[in-house]
Write a protein that binds this ligand. Structure first.
Ligand SMILES: [Zn+2]
Length: 218
């Protein structure tokens, strides 16, 4: 039996907390080994009294309870390019970790999302199909903003049990200005019934992280 292994690849230090913190916790609680790879230190948006390293430490603090493995590729923030270099780096990581599930960004085709998210998402999809020997699930996280996105959620993870921890994890990112998407009301709206896909979400008080799954074998 193949051991389950989760690989999460995100562009910036708070992306995993915002899009899939509860899902990661769920995997960890099921005994799945999880690795989080962050492409940049997110140095472009940072409080004046903090350093890029502080941002990475905030991620460490946010995931402290989970004991997951966290590493950074040290790509320049805002400059992620889906090219051969990035493909080589991702190939190496994928071959080392041999994940059964990968979570990354949804590459928004309208250009509504952060350019780093789109570039990284595309590179991860490409590498996942080329280099993953045991991939069962490729999950692309819901974009933060619902503008002209082509995202269509089809994989819903009930993270109600992890909601309080998720809030705390996001709060660890003190180096961020008070971005509205770190605000509790926004977060709750996003997780409860914000989805246009399943109406019953609005009736229950359950909180879901939503993904578009493009590869699933079960
Ligand atoms: Zn980001």
């Amino acid at each position: 039996v193949e051991k389950n292994q989760l690989l999460v690849i995100m562009a910036h230090p708070d992306d995993a907390e915002l899009s899939c913190y509860g899902t990661i916790c769920k995997y960890v609680d099921e005994g799945v080994f999880c690795s989080l790879v962050i492409a940049t230190k997110g140095e472009n948006v940072i409080r004046k009294d903090k350093t890029p390293l502080d941002r990475l430490n905030e991620t460490q603090k946010a995931f402290h309870k989970t004991k997951i493995d966290i590493s950074c590729l040290n790509i320049k923030d805002g400059n992620i390019v889906h090219d051969l270099n990035l493909m080589r780096v991702l190939k190496k990581i994928i071959q080392e970790i041999n994940p059964t599930t990968i979570i990354s960004h949804y590459p928004d085709e309208f250009g509504y999302e952060h350019q780093d998210h789109t570039a990284l998402g595309k590179a991860v999809i490409s590498c996942a199909f080329r280099y993953c020997k045991n991939l069962r699930m490729l999950l692309l996280a819901e974009p933060l903003f619902r503008g002209f996105t082509s995202f269509r959620g089809n994989h819903f993870v009930n993270v109600s049990n992890y909601y309080d921890d998720k809030k705390l994890a996001i709060k660890k990112h003190k180096s961020q200005y008070n971005k509205h998407y770190t605000n509790v009301k926004f977060l709750k709206n996003r997780l409860v019934g914000f989805s246009p896909y399943i109406n019953s979400f609005r009736i229950s008080n359950n909180k879901y992280e939503i993904f578009e799954s493009i590869y699933t074998i079960d």
